[in-house]
Structures are given as C-alpha cells and as structure tokens.
Design a protein around this ligand. Structure first.
Ligand code: ATP
Length: 324
C-alpha cells in the first residue's frame, strides 16, 4: 500500500511550552525475533490528543510501549520529554513524568481501589503522605470511583477496573499520557467523562490514544495517525482524513453485487465504498450500482468510512460477504 499522509510524521506536532516536542522519534524499528512490528517510524508529538488507528497487529501497542520505556528500540532514535530512554537515569525521570494505561491492565486483586492507587502514587514518588492521599482521592473522584474506594479490585466490574487503570495513569497530571484502548468496557456516561478528563489534561500535556473506537477519535483528537504494517500511512487531522473519502461513499437500496465493499445498514440499505481508479466499486454514471442502475446516492463520509477506505478497501476484506 502506498503511504497516504496529509503531512509527514514529523510535521503536525504542536511544540511543548519549552519549544521542543514531547516525543521525537526518528527511524524507529522494533522487531520481535523475525517479526517487524515497527518499520521506520518518524514522529514528533506535542500537546493535544493524537489518536492512533490501525488494524489488529498494525504496531500501535508496540509504539506506545516504546514511548512508555517498556520496550527498547531495535534501531532508531527515541526521545521522550527531552530524555533518552536508553539511559537508566533518564528512563527513571521519564517514568516519573508519564502516565501509561496498558492494554488489559492487571491489578493486584486483593488491594482496595484506594490502596492500589496509593501504591501507584508511591511508585511515582508523588509528594508526602498527606498530599499523596489527596491526589489519590482526586483520582478516584475523577473516574467516579470514590464511593468504591474501599472495594477490593476483584470485586469491581470490568469497566470499573478500566477506570481505576485510567485514574492510575492520570495520577500527578502527567506531561505525557499514553492510553492503549482506554474506553473498552466503559458505559456511555463514563466514556463522556473520560473524554472530558483527557481533553482537560491535553491543554498542557501530550496525550496519545490508541483505539479501535473511531467515535473517540472523532470526538477527542486534533491529530490522527494511521499505522499499517508498522508504518505511518496517514498523519493529519480527522477532518483531512474525512476529506479524502469525499466522493467515495454511497448508499443504495439493493446490494451492489459481488466485488464491492459494502455492508448492510440497520434500515436495510447498503453503504458502499469505492476507490478512485481502482476499477472496483460503483461510479456515479456506470458500473453496477451507478446512476443508471438506480438508487445510488452519494453521502457524507464519516471518519469510519475514511478509515476503512484508507486501510481496507484496496484489500479483499469480504465485507459484502460477511455483511449479507
Ligand atoms: N511480545 C510479542 N512477541 C512477538 N510478537 C509480538 C509481540 N507483541 C506484538 N507482536 C507482533 O507485533 C506486531 C504488532 O503488534 P501490536 O501489538 O503492536 O499491534 P496493535 O496494532 O497494537 O494490535 P491490536 O489492535 O490487536 O492491539 C504483530 O504482528 C504482533 O503479532
């Protein structure tokens, strides 16, 4: 697949108050044995929320783990908050100043919610006991778990544990917040609360959000990066990504036929995606589903349409088969 970038991986970062980007990556390669998970990533990140999109296995978690100092680069340069994670003393300093919510966080089940956050706050060296406890209470209130502060982790629901993980990541208002699929399991009310918390923090901090929830990206992110096969294939605003899909999204009453990327909507109509010059999919005036065939209506693309066009439509996803 050819790279489709609205800018370059290094062009869109707003500088931090100090003027330097919070994250600076050049030529990052990360391999697991023979498997290449990141394949030459260049990236500058500054304050604001950046969404990381990509299919399963695209390299999103690997990128976050490299930024969280959890994984070393196989090759390339990584600078986080102006420090080099390969040097032990600088790595410790980065860890004090970042918040990281890993994918599927695991917690000690017999800790209480308060005890667990307090333990995390101790590890982060957050102030004296009194100030630390105040920060822990603030964290529990932020994610709506204050009433459950005495509950043991094993008695919390899945969504509550996810919120506890978020509270842990937010402790001390980190300068860099890395969130790996943070809204999994959250109910709609908590998801809205999450968005408020993250956008508040992102006024001064750099937030990177890896997700498959495209609505979260549309609602929260000023910048979106799309990874595919360990490479950045799009870097721009959500609006720029949507603009790419204009003229390629349609709806019609009947199925457009084999060979088109289409899926059935709740009202029984079909949404159809087309790629310019691909020779696949309907066009306004011809081909199956064209205006001559009746019923093909151009529609406003969503971010989800644009994402699918970018990552999927030139491959045989078989959407039409599985959607019928
Ligand atoms: N610990 C590991 N050992 C070996 N290979 C790994 C390991 N972790 C990830 N990989 C491989 O690296 C590639 C990138 O994986 P990664 O978890 O970064 O993708 P992802 O975009 O986060 O996927 P998902 O959306 O499913 O979470 C995949 O091919 C994956 O199989």
């Amino acid at each position: 697949m050819s790279a489709e970038t609205a800018g370059t991986g290094t062009g869109g970062a707003a500088p931090s108050p100090s003027g330097a980007p919070s994250v600076r990556i050049r030529g990052l390669v990360r391999r697991y044995g023979a498997r290449t998970a990141l394949d030459g990533v260049d990236l500058d990140l500054g304050p604001g929320v950046t969404g990381l999109l990509g299919r399963n296995g695209a390299g999103k978690t690997t990128l976050l783990r490299c930024l969280a100092t959890d994984l070393e680069a196989t090759r390339g340069e990584v600078s986080v908050l102006g420090r080099n994670p390969e040097r032990a003393a600088e790595r410790t300093e980065i860890r004090r100043r970042l918040g990281y919510l890993p994918q599927n966080p695991e917690f000690y089940p017999y800790f209480t919610a308060f005890g667990l956050l307090d333990y995390m706050a101790v590890l982060k060296e957050l102030g004296g006991r009194r100030a630390r406890h105040e920060e822990v209470r603030r964290g529990l209130r932020r994610v709506g778990l204050y009433d459950r502060r005495h509950s043991r982790v094993r008695r919390l629901s899945g969504g509550m544990r996810q919120r506890l993980g978020l509270a842990a990541a937010l402790l001390g208002d980190p300068e860099l917040l890395l969130l790996d699929e943070p809204t999994i399991g959250l109910d709609p009310e908590q998801r809205i609360r999450f968005r408020g918390l993250v956008s508040e923090l992102a006024v001064h901090s750099t937030v990177v959000l890896s997700t498959h929830q495209i609505e979260d990206v549309a609602a929260l992110c000023q910048r979106v990066l799309c990874l595919d096969g360990g490479r950045i294939i799009f870097d721009g605003t959500p609006g720029q990504l949507v603009d790419r899909a204009r003229g390629h999204v349609w709806e019609r009453s009947g199925h457009p036929g084999e060979g088109h990327t289409a899926w059935r909507l709740a009202d029984g109509r079909y949404r159809v995606l087309t790629v310019a010059g691909s020779g696949r999919g309907p066009s306004p005036a011809g081909a199956p589903g064209g205006s001559g065939d009746g019923g093909l209506v151009p529609v406003e693309p969503t971010l989800e349409d644009a994402y699918l066009l970018l990552t999927g439509v030139d491959r045989d996803l078989g959407l039409e088969q599985c959607a019928r």
